[in-house]
Design a binder for this molecule. Structure first.
Ligand SMILES: Nc1ncnc2c1ncn2[C@@H]1O[C@H](COP(=O)(O)OP(=O)(O)OP(=O)(O)O)[C@@H](O)[C@H]1O
Ligand SMILES: [Mg+2]
Length: 837
């Protein structure tokens, strides 16, 4: 007989806590408190007295956990017969095997530590991938754990935004209610041959997204390349759909062609389920989906949209509301058989843990569900009120108020009206401060964090925000510490905002807030870029929305300032098309800018042109800008213009001109103390020496560039110096040195979230392997570089460095297997292949 799988009951982030059973009781409590405070789920092994042997149980629990916390004192723990180590050590080793992030806390006062535990701790302390801390008392432990996990979770979240794996479907924090029929039918439909597209349609709040994301998780195993999730709710313009898709998929586009082409190239060979959420936002872009599905015959799309896409091969599945009891279902058991009642009860319990369906309230609950047409979102909003009143009270309020609230929405289909009315109802029950905060928060695109909410909502925002979360008008995701609003709710908020006197003020506060974020990020991006790159990536939609708000209000100077500040973000993260569009638009309205700023706009537009390969236009714009910037004594602008022009001169082997420009640039950079520019100055002199065949001098200059960049913590400049050093080393036939430079550069590029240049490094490392005679690895890496590059377009780095000096031919036929393997490697896989000795 097979044992049932060991499951944990919910879907939240789980923290496995390991320590010996009888020692450290107070400490275990402290950890539990820290974990629950963060709204995560602690997992203690002793909780699970089940019919499984202990090792199997904790193994299963560990496998379902996301973090490992080890708390150690004096005792090593009991070693069971037939085993060689205690559960304590075994748990730690298992966690390592599972690559769980491990946080270890050792009690400082432990003087008589058992030797085996001491040895184990020594081993842990010397591992690089573990967080190790000592503590003295439980209170300190609690604070440390809370803080460490919070930091770790933000990092993990950020990382997941970085991988070229793209976005995973949002994980639900509550179980799916009902929908058995739908899940079965859709599972069958999505497995059918010749069904490229299934569209889930239905009014707002009916549960399309919820159903789609649940299906995605369920079906992930059936598709060899898994599931990808694309949310279009923040995209309002049809022509941006390709880019939004590329971004969600983690692809970096080149800016040379249409982003859709990059998406098609990526999907072409994939067998995956592509979930596209909120398509109604961009209904006219249906041909884009048709085009992608034609290009990628083994991709199946699951789209949610309020209306069908109407393209070939589409199967429309209308998502119905949840079933509601009829008026004759008057006993609790009969009513509870209906999904809408179950949902109401679940959500009421979340608001008020003692809530239960009883003889007394069943009629009211059933009537609420009917009244709300079984619409999940409306039911959630109503249930949130259970904290303050009984279901009968809610029903009264619904009856008396709902009918009054249909203002201006008569033309909507009935269910949509129900939803709108329910949102309005929920809104009208808010206090004045909460109302005002709610409408203001609808200015955010793609969610927001607490500081942003404060900036938009003012000092009282925190309390009011709490109420909004309690009332289900705002969502909070504890694992990312971000807030968000469901689409229908946000739309309601936007409508109100636009009709309110201070609507503009909220938009301005939003724009100004992200303007300030961009300006704060600016100087940091040239130094320690990583943290700020992540920060900007998370708020990408907000940053772009802010920029376009300035456009709409004719404030081009603010848009320009933002765009200049986050320039490095556009380079490393992209999409460069967006930077190009923004720059072009500012430039086109140059007459709205004061004089020296107009030249900056010209410059920015020219530099994007150069990087995306339009040398002719780029050159003429930057050349036009430089004298104007000089005349305006705009030093920063001068340096920014000189770099690209010097680069063009170097490419044309006009070294005298290049030297002249560089010297001017150096003087200005030193005045400004722009260390990363000084590093680039040395790199460029190095490229001149390299071009003149003086490899020793080139090496000296490039090493100086690297030192300056390293001291200034400027990843972009380090990457440029390292790649150039590798080129120089290969030309001197020192392949080992070249490989080392390349590996260093690759690691820095990856660690600084540079999504573009890794493929360039990997291609060069492949060549270094070929030169060393390792053809198999060369083939594998070259294939990896090609497939990574397909997805990432033209890397910015190519503009800053000399081309790689000729690739060694490899007999590809002899290494067909290696090529196939290499083509499937992702960045991490390719990196370990490159780094392997
Ligand atoms: N079967 C279900 N079980 C539990 N919760 C559900 C279920 N269906 C919907 N919900 C909840 O109801 C709310 C609305 O659902 P959802 O966001 O999926 O609607 P939607 O149809 O995608 O709306 P929109 O058109 O506005 O995007 C969400 O909070 C969702 O989690
Ligand atoms: Mg939705």
């Amino acid at each position: 007989m097979t044992e049932p799988p060991i499951g944990t009951p919910d879907q939240r982030v789980r923290v496995f806590v390991s320590s010996t059973l009888h020692e450290l009781a107070a400490e275990r409590w402290a950890v539990r408190e820290a974990v629950t405070r963060l709204r995560l789920t602690p997992v203690f092994f002793e909780q699970s007295a089940q019919a499984h042997p202990p090792r199997e149980v904790y193994r299963a629990y560990l496998a379902q956990s996301h973090l490992f916390v080890g708390v150690y004192g004096e005792s090593y723990g009991w070693v069971a017969p037939d085993t060689t180590m205690s559960g304590l050590e075994d748990e730690y080793l298992l966690a390592r095997e599972l690559s769980l992030p491990r946080l270890i806390y050792v009690k400082r006062s432990a003087t008589t530590r058992e030797p085996r535990l001491a040895a184990m701790i020594d081993g842990i302390r010397s591992s690089a991938d573990v967080s190790y801390r000592e503590f003295t008392d439980p209170a300190q432990l609690r604070d440390q754990v809370e803080q460490d996990i919070a930091v770790l979770l933000t990092e993990r979240f950020h990382q997941s935004g970085r991988t070229p794996q793209g976005e995973a479907p949002p994980s639900a924090r509550t179980p799916l209610i009902g929908r058995e029929t739908e899940v079965a039918a859709l599972t069958g439909l999505l497995a059918e041959e010749g069904v490229p597209l299934v569209t889930l349609t239905g009014p707002g709040g009916v549960g399309k997204t919820r159903l789609a994301t649940d299906l995605a998780v369920r079906l992930a195993d059936r598709f060899p390349d898994g599931v990808r999730y694309i949310d279009l709710s923040a995209v309002s313009r049809t022509d941006l759909v390709g880019e939004a898709m590329a971004r969600s998929l983690g692809l970096r586009t080149s800016g040379a062609g249409e982003a859709v082409e990059d998406v098609a190239a990526f999907l072409r060979s994939k067998r995956l389920l592509l979930v596209v959420d909120n398509f109604e936002q961009v209904a006219e872009a249906a041909p884009v989906v048709a085009r992608l599905l034609r290009a990628a015959p083994r991709v199946t799309a699951l789209v949610t949209s309020r209306a069908p896409l109407r393209i070939d091969g589409e199967r429309v599945y209308a998502v119905a509301p949840l079933s509601s009891p009829s008026t004759s279902d008057t006993d609790p058991a009969a009513a509870a058989a209906h999904a809408s009642v179950q949902l109401f009860v679940e959500r009421s319990r979340a608001a008020e843990p003692g809530f239960a369906l009883t003889e007394d309230n069943v009629d009211a609950v059933a009537e609420i569900c009917r009244r709300l047409d079984g619409l999940p979102l409306a039911i959630e909003l109503a249930a949130a009120r259970v904290r303050l009143m009984r279901p009968a009270g809610i029903l009264d309020l619904l009856d008396s108020r709902l009918s009054l609230l249909t203002s201006g929405a008569r033309d909507l289909p009935a269910r949509q009206r129900t939803l709108r009315d329910t949102i309005a109802w929920s809104y009208n029950l808010l206090g004045p401060e909460e109302k005002s905060l709610f409408t203001r928060l609808s200015v955010f695109t793609g969610g927001f964090d607490l500081p942003a909410a404060r900036a938009i909502g003012g000092p009282g925002a925190l309390d009011a925000l709490d109420h909004l979360v309690e009332n289900s008008l705002v969502d909070y995701a504890p694992d990312t510490s971000r807030f968000g609003m469901l689409q229908s709710i946000r739309e309601y908020g936007m409508d109100r905002l636009d009709s309110e006197a201070d609507g503009t003020a909220a938009h301005r506060a939003h724009a100004d807030y992200f303007h300030d974020v961009a300006l704060e990020a600016g100087p940091e991006l040239n130094r320690r870029a990583t943290r700020w790159l992540r920060r900007l990536a998370i708020d990408h939609d907000n940053v772009v929305t802010a920029t376009y708000w300035y456009f709409d209000n004719g404030e081009y100077d603010s848009a320009l300032a933002m765009n200049e500040a986050i320039w490095v973000y556009w380079l490393l993260h992209g999409p460069i098309e967006e930077a190009g569009r923004i720059s072009a638009r500012i430039h086109a309205h140059g007459d709205r800018l004061p004089d020296p700023r107009r030249s900056r706009a010209l410059l920015a537009d020219g530099v994007v042109a150069l990087i995306t390969g339009d040398y002719r236009r780029g050159r003429s714009q930057v050349e036009e800008a430089l004298p104007l910037l000089r005349a305006a004594s705009d030093d920063e602008g001068v340096v920014r213009a000189i770099g690209p022009l010097a680069m063009l001169a170097i490419r044309e082997r006009d070294y005298a001109r290049a030297r002249g420009l560089l010297e001017e640039g150096r003087q200005v950079s030193e005045r400004l103390d722009e260390r990363w520019q000084i590093s680039l100055y040395h790199s460029r002199l190095g490229l001149i020496a390299l071009g003149e065949g003086d490899h020793d001098r080139a090496a000296g200059l490039l090493v100086t560039a690297l030192d300056v960049a390293g001291a200034a913590d400027a990843p972009l400049a380090s990457i440029v110096a390292l790649y150039s050093l590798a080129v120089n080393a290969v030309l001197r036939e020192d392949v080992d040195a070249a490989r080392n430079y390349l590996l260093d550069g690759l690691v820095i590029a990856r660690d600084s979230n540079d999504l573009n240049s890794p493929s360039l490094f990997i291609a060069a490392i492949a060549d270094a392997s070929a030169r060393r005679g390792d053809h198999e690895r060369a083939t594998r890496l070259a294939a990896a570089a090609t497939s990574l590059r397909q997805a990432s377009g033209t890397p910015w780095l190519a503009w800053y460095v000399p081309p790689w000096p000729g690739y060694q031919p490899v007999d590809a036929a002899a290494y067909a297997q290696a090529r196939t393997e290499g083509a499937t490697l992702d960045l991490d896989g390719a990196m370990s292949e490159a780094l392997r000795d």
